[in-house]
Design a protein around this ligand. Structure first.
Ligand SMILES: [Zn+2]
Length: 263
């Protein structure tokens, strides 16, 4: 649920963070040394460090066949400077940067590792930019399908889909086509990539997701180094929601075989 979200948030922060002349993200003059996911115990030498951890805080029906899940991430910047005042300044600056960067990302794509080239990316546009030789026919199909559905209820021309949505949908159409093994092989898709897509399916992965209502909902801009001398922490809470399509309900999607209970 959260692993790909962690990676996405880390990617966004790293990309948007102000950098020094060596292209390393900095808090004033201090280069950020580590970007950790999950719980972590710091030593003084590791600072500044950004730690991202989180949890799922609620799941409920949003509409017929749709569940809404809410996530809450805690993003903490640890800093340690030469004096308490300097530590406070660095903590405040880290909090300001986190807040400013995250404010621009009210909606976020969460893209799993690309099964074609095995790289991570922040935008589904990756699929069309890097793998257009595979996806071009699917882009046309997806736009045509969207136009047809639009025409059912509108007399005006359909608006064009956003590039990232079009690319993401084209990728999912290709992905589903691989999974439906009765389809002919896909042009330019290697056997290894096909195998990875089938393995994703087997592992119930969702390769393209969209988070909405992404917002900083709480910020403790400095903990004042409480009990930690010069080691200060600035902590922000990032909330996000995701809609999940649920295509199966039961009760008849279970095997009918029987077994003896263990005694
Ligand atoms: Zn790729």
């Amino acid at each position: 649920m959260l692993e790909d979200i962690y990676e996405t948030v880390r990617g966004v922060l790293f990309n948007d963070w102000p950098k020094n002349s060596s292209d390393i993200p900095v808090i004033y003059d201090l280069p950020i040394k580590k970007w950790h996911l999950g719980e972590f115990t710091l030593t003084g030498l590791d600072t500044p460090t950004i730690v991202i951890k989180g949890e799922s805080v609620g799941e409920k029906d949003a509409a017929y066949g749709t569940r809404e899940e809410e996530f809450r991430l805690t993003i903490t910047a640890y800093v340690q400077s030469a004096s308490r005042e300097l530590s406070e300044r660095h903590a405040q600056e880290a909090a300001r940067l986190l807040d400013t960067i995250l404010r621009k990302h009210r909606r976020l794509w969460v893209v799993g590792i690309c099964p074609i080239c095995q790289k991570s990316t922040l935008s589904p546009q990756h699929f069309v930019i890097e793998h257009n030789d595979i996806l071009a026919p699917y882009v046309t199909d997806v736009q045509d399908e969207f136009d047809d559905v639009w025409a059912l209820t509108h007399t005006s021309t359909a608006p064009s889909l956003g590039s990232s949505a079009l690319s993401g949908l084209a990728f999912l159409a290709m992905y589903d086509s691989v999974i439906d093994q009765t389809n002919p092989p896909i042009t330019n898709l290697t056997a290894a990539a096909r195998k990875r897509i089938l393995s994703y399916k087997e592992k119930l992965r969702r390769p393209v997701r969209l988070l909405y209502d992404v917002a900083v909902t709480d910020a403790k801009t400095s903990d004042g180094g409480e009990g930690q001398q010069l080691l200060y922490a600035a902590s922000l809470t990032l909330s996000a929601k995701e809609l999940l399509r649920v295509a199966e309900y039961g009760p008849d999607n279970v095997p009918t075989a029987s077994w003896e209970r263990r005694k």
